[in-house]
Structure formats: C-alpha cells, structure tokens
Design a protein around this ligand. Structure first.
Ligand code: UD1
Ligand code: MG
Length: 464
C-alpha cells in the first residue's frame, strides 16, 4: 500500500464486459497497452493513488483475468452475465462499503495515479455527493455524451440512445465516478434497463441523483483520461500514447533518441543519461540500461540489465541477460536467458549465448554457439566454435573454459568438458576430453596429401 493510503476510498474497476468490438478471444482488459495489460495499468494507478481497497468485477474470461488481478491483491467479484455497467457495480457487494467509492472502467488504460488523486481531491474539496469525470474530445465516437442545461449537468446520454443534436456534443463521460457509498447503495437498485441495449447503464446515476437532490459535479479531466479502448485501433492508439509519454520522459532526462516516433520503450524500462537510442529499437519489461550506452536499430532487449558504455549493435536480440559495462554485442547477436557478459567482453555477428558466464575481455567474434558454459577472462573464441551441450540422454552438460584460453576456429566442445587456463585448442578440433592448463590440444584428422592424384586427361589441359 502506498504512503498516501486512503482507507475511506474504495475503488471498483469494471472488467466483466465481453469486449465484443475487440473481436479477439482475449478478454478486453487483458489486452496489453505498451506491454502491460490494461487492467494492470488501472490497478497500479489506483494502488499508487492510495485507494484503500480495490475491487474488480470480472465475468467474461474471468479465470484468465483473475490470474492477473489476484496476484496484484485486488478483491475479485463475479458478474455472472454482462447486463451493463450498473449491473456490474452491483456485483461488487456495495452493501459492505463505507466512505467514498471511486468507480472506473477497466478500459481506460492511460489514467495515472495523479489523475485519480486530483479527481478525489476535487470531489472532497467541493463536498460533492457524486462527481462524474468528463472530458472534451475532438471525436467522441460512441462515448456517452454529457448533457448540460445552463451549464448544469443534467444527464449522460449513450450514443446509441442519443438524438443527432445530442451526438454533436463533444463533452463525454470518461466512465469514472466518485460517489458517497450511502448514495450508491440507494440509487443503484433504481436503475432500470429501458434503453436501446436493454442494459443497466451506470450513466443513469446522474439523472437519478438529480432527482434525489444530490450535490453533483462534473470534474474535467485531461484528454488522456478520456482515452477508452473498445477496438484494436483504439488499443494501438493508446499504446502509441504510452510510448510517446515514455520517450518524452527519457529525452527530458538526457537520453538521446534519434527518432522518437519509431523508438519503443516500455514505461517500466530505465535508461541512463547520455545513452543513445537508434530508430526501431524495442526495450521491454524490467530492462535497465546505464549511461553512454548505444542501442542501434532493430535491437530487441527484454528484461535485461545493461551497463555503461555498452554497444548493442543492430539486429541483436537480448532476453533476461546481463551485459556489464564496456561490452559490445552484435550486430546480429542473440543473448539468451541467464547469460552474463562480464566487463569489456565482445560478442560479434551470428553468435548465440545461452546460460553463459562470459568472462572479462573475452571475445567471440563470429558464428558461434555457446550454451551452458563458463568462459574465463581473456579467452579468444574462434569463429564457428560450438559447445555441444545437449546429449543423447536429453540432458544438458557444461563446458568450462579457463582464463586466457585460445580456441581455434571451428572447434566443438562435447560437454561435459573442462579446459585449463592458457590452454590452446587447434582449429577444427572436436574436444571430448579435458585439457590441462597450458596444454595444446588438437583433435582432428591429420592432413593427407597424395601428389598427382588427378590424371591429366587431354592435351588441352596438358597445355594449360
Ligand atoms: C461506457 C459508458 C459511456 C462512457 C464510456 C467511457 C455506460 C452505459 N456507458 O461505455 O458513457 O462514455 O464507458 O469509456 O456505462 N462492463 C462490465 N459489465 C458489463 C458491461 C461492461 O463489467 O455488463 C465493464 C467493461 O468490461 C468495461 C467497462 O465496464 O471495462 C465499460 O464497458 P464498455 O462496454 O466498454 O462501455 P462503453 O460502451 O465504452
Ligand atoms: Mg468502453
């Protein structure tokens, strides 16, 4: 729970809808926006804003949705059938709530903790009974329209039920409300389903609240709060906004981004000042990048820790790895999980490392596969080296290479095998036995030369 915890504020997130317009088998609220599911974004914002308790209403695809919401500590309530937003709120056992209730749709992924704090502060400062969060947008599409009379809020009218005049209104309902629990308990049972969709609309809370004489206020939110996701196009648009927000923050902190429009950094990623991001790189998850590091085009880096002054060259793919300072990777290298490249080491083109400790100042310049291996410091790994780590018994075995070993090109290590410090492996060797320190090992067929092996067949050839 955050330091500004607020036990008098219960948050209800509606996430039971089918999301029909997404046309996807995945429940709508699980669709990721810039790498993080919508519902997670909203839950994290609510937690950071200090909501005392967060209740999520699930229904469609509930088993999948729960796998995400329960580990986040959200209380789950089931709406058996999606019969509208008001029906969904009723499923959240509102009789057990005291204090203020913040209701949010699960499909407004751009909302941030500060937005929620501002909304709740305004609701409380103005001593409201009910607040509806609205925004003025260029293209209101199917959003509910805010109908005012002489400036006073009168009703929310759903697009499907609106007249052509009402559809011209640009002020929309964001689907966020704050209401005192006692009024929610009173009004909710009064909402009916007399509308074009035959659903229980939460939006009717406004006109019913007016009838009850509640103090109701519209609160105007910034445009990003109004961004709702109901279709794949809207999902892509929301993702675009989150990437843009992150890139702007990175540039403000001193990261050089050559083309902000084509650089993709998830908001969980950290990049140090003085680093450079080339167009079309993609940084994901818990990735942390130090200072003065260069990430070139088409590099994809997921959940990895990269030090200072590292070169990640074009086309490299890194996942769950550590690359210490002053290393260089690629172009076209693949670093797979549990690989650690120690300081000042180098991996070049078409090199794949999996579960490898790659020692300081060691080099594997070209066309190499190292898996389940410990490579010491100052090792030269020749072109075409392969650790044969996977045996016929379907188990993985380890290759251990000491410090300052020189591995000639086209060497295979049939694991398990250990090579001592300063050993030299001749090119083209298939190493099946351990090699002691400072030894030379050559394991290849001897060169055989038979002179005049090819007969001279005709005069023409004889002449040439
Ligand atoms: C709703 C509002 C609309 C507002 C818009 C903002 C209503 C009737 N309309 O429309 O005024 O402008 O949000 O985005 O409230 N849900 C349930 N159970 C249900 C139905 C929906 O949990 O039975 C959940 C959905 O999972 C979703 C949220 O409620 O997270 C909103 O539902 P959605 O169908 O997207 O409503 P909109 O048509 O967008
Ligand atoms: Mg919606």
């Amino acid at each position: 729970m955050s330091s500004n915890s607020n036990p008098d504020l219960t948050c209800i997130i509606l996430a039971a809808g089918k999301g029909t317009r997404m046309k996807s088998p995945l429940p709508k609220v699980l669709h990721p926006v810039a790498g993080r599911p919508m519902i997670e974004r909203i839950a994290l914002a609510s937690q950071a804003a200090g909501c005392g308790e967060i209740r999520v209403v699930v229904g469609h695809g509930q088993n999948l949705v729960r796998t995400l919401t329960e580990p986040l500590g959200l209380l789950t309530f089931v709406q058996k059938e999606a019969m509208g937003t008001a029906h969904a709120v009723r499923a959240a056992d509102i009789d057990s709530i005291e204090g203020d209730v913040l209701i949010m749709n699960g499909d407004h992924p751009l909302i941030q903790a500060s937005d929620i704090q501002n909304i709740v502060r305004e609701f409380r400062d103005e001593k409201c009974d009910l607040a509806v969060v609205t925004a003025v947008v260029k293209d209101p599409k199917e959003m509910g329209r805010i109908v005012r009379h002489h400036g006073e809020l009168k009703a929310i009218v759903e697009a499907k039920d609106a007249s052509s005049e009402t559809l011209k209104i640009k002020e929309i309902n964001t689907g966020i409300y704050v209401i005192k629990a006692e009024y929610l308990k009173d009004i909710l049972p009064k909402i009916n389903n007399q509308n074009s969709k035959k659903e229980y609309y939460l939006t009717d809370i406004v006109s019913l609240g007016i009838d009850e004489g509640l103090k109701i206020r519209p609160i105007t939110a910034p445009a990003h709060v109004a961004v709702g996701v109901n279709s794949q196009q809207e999902l892509a648009k929301a993702t675009r906004s989150v990437f843009k927000r992150k890139i702007v923050a990175l540039m403000e902190s001193g990261v050089m981004v050559i083309d902000p429009r084509s650089t993709y950094v998830e908001d969980s990623v950290e990049v140090g000042p003085g680093s450079v991001l080339y167009p079309n790189c993609f940084l994901r998850g818990k990735t942390k990048i130090g200072s003065f590091t260069v990430v070139e085009s088409q590099a994809f880096i997921s959940d990895s820790v990269i030090g200072d002054s590292v070169q990640i060259k074009a086309g490299s793919y890194l996942e769950l790895v550590q690359v210490h300072s002053k290393c260089s990777v690629g172009p076209y290298a693949r670093l797979r999980p549990e690989t650690v490249m120690h300081e000042d080491s180098h991996v070049g083109n078409f090199v794949e490392l999996k579960k490898v400790q790659f020692g300081k100042k060691s080099k594997a310049g070209h066309l190499t596969y190292l898996g389940d291996a410990e490579i010491g410091e100052g090792v030269n790994v020749g072109c075409g080296t392969i650790t044969c780590n996977y045996a016929v018994d379907r188990s993985k075995y380890k290759t251990k290479i000491g410090n300052n070993v020189f591995i000639g090109s086209d060497t295979q290590f049939v694991a398990p095998v250990t090579i001592g410090d300063h050993a030299v492996i001749g090119s083209g060797s298939t190493i099946t036995k351990d090699v002691p320190a400072r030894a030379l090992a050559v394991a290849r067929g001897k060169q055989f030369v038979k002179e005049n092996y090819v007969p001279v067949e005709d005069e023409k050839e004889k002449e040439s």
